[in-house]
Design a protein around this ligand. Structure first.
Ligand code: PGA
Length: 308
């Protein structure tokens, strides 16, 4: 039905260079209980030359928080500041939003800021990353439904400013629908802040292994691991859609700032791969290594396999 670009590429990871632990830091500094920033870009400048590869394995700035609640509180505060400063300048804020278990607490915090702190979303335009193919908006597992249940129904965003790809466009019309989605993002001035989760396949949005760095919004076949992870919500694997419409990696990388969230031990291996591994189409989150303003906000369990 679709023509997903789902290249099967043999994967031969390059040899890893082991890093050393700088002598002035405790051995487990990267796993201390306090929130800290571990950044290949910012943490190294002050270190003596000999220690320059101390954090060389980490090629994306990573903030490890004591808990996911601490992380979402910071991200929601940042989001509120962005919205308010754009509003003061008479500008719309364009948010790129994600679905899944990961961002739910972030959305709860945004709702709290709206209800208790007067944060208005009247000047916000949103673009969601993806939607399951074949699911109408009122399907309880559609991302349209998810976003309304978990965020939009509880804030003052204007319905006309909400954008998600449609899961029910006829196959023949999908390319035009995707091109229109790209154009809408451009017309809105591009995405100011893109929120991401990460799948066990390393996908951002539904950019499964094989997704090119410059890919745009398109139909894609879901990876078996992704479908397996979705099976409980759908009451069994057979009910999980086999395809989706997703923003491409290129669409995501065009955002001015990108924050990827990950919680729990289950995400630890893929977080480490994205942050320290090679940049390639096997793990689409690895492309974030080449973005000038991307950061991972993760809890300690998700950081438990992070190589320094
Ligand atoms: P999750 O999914 O938030 O439900 O873990 C993340 C993703 O697949 O991108």
């Amino acid at each position: 039905m679709f023509n997903p670009t789902h290249a099967i590429v043999p994967y031969f990871p390059p040899p890893r260079i082991l890093s050393c632990t700088p002598s002035h830091l405790p051995i487990d500094a990267a796993h201390s209980s306090e929130m800290h920033t571990v950044s290949a870009h910012s943490s190294l400048a002050f270190l003596p030359q000999a220690h320059h590869n101390a954090f060389a394995m980490q090629k994306i700035p990573v903030e490890v928080f004591p808990s996911s609640q601490d992380a979402v509180a910071k991200l929601a505060a940042e989001t509120a500041e962005l919205i308010r400063s754009n509003e003061a300048a008479g500008k719309q804020t364009v948010l790129g939003l994600a679905t899944g278990g990961t961002p739910i607490a972030y959305y709860k915090e945004l709702i709290r800021l709206h209800k208790e702190d007067g944060l208005s979303f009247a000047n916000v335009t949103s673009f969601n990353l993806d939607e399951y193919a074949g699911l109408p908006q009122d399907h309880v597992e559609s991302y349209w439904y998810f976003m309304h249940q978990n965020l939009f129904n509880h804030i003052d965003i204007k319905p006309e400013n909400i954008n998600l790809p449609s899961g029910t466009v006829a196959d023949a019309d999908i390319p035009a629908h995707c091109a229109e989605y790209e154009q809408k993002i451009k017309d809105a001035g591009g995405i100011d802040l893109q929120i991401l989760g990460i799948g066990r396949t390393g996908h951002i949005g539904f950019n499964e292994p094989g997704s090119p760095k410059d890919s745009l919004t398109r139909a894609i076949e879901l990876d078996p691991i992704t479908r397996e992870d979705a099976a409980p919500a759908f009451g069994g694997l057979d009910n999980v859609p086999t395809a989706a419409i997703t923003m491409g990696c290129g669409t995501i990388l065009a955002a001015r700032r990108i924050v990827l969230m990950a919680w729990g031990e289950g995400k630890a291996p893929i977080v480490n791969e994205a942050v320290t591994g090679p940049v390639n189409d096997i793990v689409s989150a690895s492309y974030l290594q080449e973005h000038a303003n991307s950061v991972f906000y993760i809890d300690q369990a998700a950081a438990s396999k992070l190589e320094a």
